[in-house]
Design a protein around this ligand. Structure first.
Ligand code: HEM
Length: 419
């Protein structure tokens, strides 16, 4: 009797819930621990510099400075933003956005390293396990949300369903809830994994039980992640430094080029055309209106140039994280205009209104410490020449350590005291 052919049992396809489904030999507690500790430092830096970015708006001073007025208790930490050191916001926001870009490879590698845990069954084993899973959802969902909104914000002009500020500000607190829980739960394990190589009393649940032959060591994989972050650092951080660093900052707006020679040849966010400033608005008939207890004064550019002029060397530091080097601004001190308005001593804050008819920062409020700082100017000239239309001709605000959006261009009215 001819032998019946034996039917070979086909291997049962593994599902992602099966640990054997994940075959990369790179995964493991130590790999994840290294990435986790880098993110612990990096995400903390992101959160702190993000909160500082919001505080730098002095949002509690006036509604025009506050894009998330419904924040309630989440504004507990706010304080009056200082005017020194003059490069403060340039540093904090530069760090925020650069760290946000540079951490992308680390975040993605960390998520890749723990992805098998997301599919582990049963999804919930106990109340404690359910809470841990919930914190992971807030952490991973919150972090991805913050990175996506942040990166889109700096790369593409406000391309959001809803206000970036609301999304990113409240997203940060959702993220924080998950981040704190995860940090408390996982840091001891991560430290142990680095020290002993394995989690206490148990198998390395992140390592593949049936790994494929290695094509890359864990150290090699970490080096690859590090190289990715380094490449992003080199091609993004330079957008805040003139010359070669800015020229090689190809990945971000305002990088990759040098705006060329000339006193007004430095980076600009909104151009006069973009916010519909017409030459007629800024011509001979332009007048600055200054209001205060002493009355209302309308000053021409010539009259402003006839007042005592002062010089300040200050950068433009944009909320999108790029900045210029210090430029030499020249104009009238805000404190001197406050004196004209009726506040010769200890001037109060000022409400600034621009000629621009579009844009969410055509009005801004400056606090008294900002008005009183001798470097705070209504600038009429820069680097020895009149301001260009894109830099705010006929007159613009320049205040040390303030976000670019509060240095109002094409100024029309200054109202001292009423904030
Ligand atoms: C977990 C990560 C992050 C957290 C917790 C975080 C947190 C914050 C917070 C609290 C603010 C202040 C929001 C406001 O002024 O209303 C902020 C502002 C900002 N963040 Fe983030 N952020 C994160 C990631 C990122 C990333 C990855 C980027 C981009 C690369 C980014 C770009 C920005 C920008 C451009 C602003 C200023 C917005 C403006 O004032 O116009 N953020 N961030």
């Amino acid at each position: 009797m001819p032998e019946r052919p034996r039917i070979r049992s086909l291997p049962i396809p593994r599902t992602p819930a099966d640990p054997g489904f994940w075959r990369s030999p790179v995964r493991g507690a130590r790999f994840t621990a290294v990435l986790g500790l880098v993110l612990l430092v990096g995400l903390t830096l992101l959160f702190v510099t993000g909160l500082l970015s919001y505080a730098a708006y002095n949002p509690d001073l006036n509604r025009v400075n506050d894009k998330t007025p419904g924040k309630g208790l989440l504004g507990f930490y706010l304080f009056s933003w200082p005017t020194g050191p003059h490069w403060l916001y340039r540093l904090t926001q530069g760090l925020h956005v650069t760290a946000g870009i540079v951490l992308v490879p680390v975040l993605l590698a960390k998520l890749w390293s723990v992805i098998p845990r997301f599919f582990a069954l049963p999804p919930v084993r106990s109340v404690g396990h359910a809470l841990e899973r919930l914190s992971l959802l807030l952490l991973v969902g919150g972090a991805l949300f913050q990175f996506v909104t942040g990166l889109l914000n700096i790369q593409l002009d406000y391309l959001f369903p809803g206000s970036f500020y609301t999304l990113h500000f409240y997203g940060a607190w959702v993220f924080l809830a998950g981040f704190l829980t995860h940090t408390v739960l996982k840091t001891p394990q991560a430290v142990r994994a680095l020290r002993d190589g394995l989690p206490r009393g148990g198998p390395d649940v992140l390592a593949a039980p049936d790994p494929l032959p290695a094509t890359l060591s864990r150290r090699g994989a970490l080096a690859l992640v590090g190289a990715g972050s380094l490449l992003l650092l080199i091609t993004s951080a330079g957008r805040s430094f003139d010359g070669t660093p800015r020229r090689i900052a190809l990945l971000t707006p305002r990088g990759g080029t040098d705006p060329g020679p000339g006193p007004n040849a430095f980076q600009v966010n909104k151009t006069a055309t973009a916010v519909r400033i017409r030459p007629a608005d800024t011509g001979e008939n332009w007048r600055l209106t200054v209001r205060g207890p002493a009355g209302e004064f309308r000053l021409s550019r010539a009259e402003l140039l006839a007042m005592e002029q002062h010089t300040a060397h200050l950068p433009i530091a944009c909320v999108e994280g790029w900045s210029t080097s210090d430029q030499q601004w020249r104009g009238v001190r805000l404190a001197d205009l406050a004196a004209l308005a009726g506040y010769p001593d200890r001037p109060p804050g000022v409400f600034v209104e621009s000629l621009q008819r579009r844009g969410s920062f055509r009005k801004a409020a400056l606090r008294d410490n900002q008005v009183r700082d001798g470097r705070s100017l209504l600038a009429l000239r820069v680097n020895g020449a009149p301001l260009s239309p894109d830099h705010g001709y006929p007159a613009r605000i320049i205040v040390p350590a303030a976000p670019g959006v509060l240095n109002t261009k094409w100024v029309e009215t200054l109202t001292f005291g009423e904030l």
